[in-house]
Design a protein around this ligand. Structure first.
Ligand code: HEC
Ligand code: HEC
Length: 139
């Protein structure tokens, strides 16, 4: 019985020590603050505005958002992106209409409305900021 308890204690000590040793080598994007201290607010970057859109890196890439979306809201009640990107308003707003795939349901049937699979625009489309990359990226 004593042996079992000893082994458990040794195991627990190792589990506590291992992360401590590792934390010295792995730098977290969160910085050096402990988890029980409030995180430092990151510097907010201005979203870039690019006339004519941002060039895609490959054909079927969800295009990056070339404008500010600070005031846009996507929730159960509203989707402000669709005010400009829907069939009815896009010409007036000089905005491209959502792609054809955005009207398809999961069985490939074409719907008259935006498919729920494409409701959360920012799942795929992201605004851009003029900022250095947080981590190295060779893609
Ligand atoms: C007030 C109208 C308006 C609203 C609201 C709006 N957009 Fe746009 N959007 C535009 C216009 C205009 C363009 C074209 C800009 C250009 O090409 O110069 C555009 C371009 C885009 C593009 C680039 C398309 C391409 O083919 O390059 C994406 C993606 C996009 N918007 C996504 C969004 C998302 C996501 C939201 C909501 C978070 C949103 N937009 C809200 C007007 C709007
Ligand atoms: C699951 C990923 C996904 C979601 C969610 C999504 N899109 Fe897209 N979007 C894409 C991809 C991929 C393309 C490029 C291929 C295409 O047109 O389908 C695209 C293309 C576009 C384009 C350019 C169309 C063109 O013909 O140039 C616009 C504008 C756009 N999306 C707006 C939106 C808006 C607004 C929403 C939310 C209502 C949204 N997307 C949600 C993946 C997505």
């Amino acid at each position: 019985m004593k042996k079992v308890i000893l082994a458990t204690v040794a195991g627990a000590v190792m589990m506590i020590q291992a992360p401590l040793a590792m934390s010295e080598e792995v730098a977290s994007l969160r910085g050096d603050n402990n988890l029980d201290v409030e995180a430092q607010m990151f510097e907010k970057k201005k979203q870039v505005q690019v006339q004519g859109g941002i060039k895609r890196s490959w054909d079927l890439q969800p295009p990056s958002i070339p404008h500010d979306i600070e005031k846009d809201r996507v929730s159960l009640q509203e989707n402000t992106c669709m005010r400009c990107h829907n069939k009815e308003n896009h010409e007036k707003e000089k905005a491209p209409e959502i792609g054809e795939t955005h009207y398809k349901d999961r069985d490939g049937k074409t719907l008259t409305k935006l498919s729920s699979r494409r409701y959360f625009c920012r799942q795929c489309h992201t605004p851009q900021a003029d900022a250095p990359a947080l981590v190295e990226n060779t893609f």
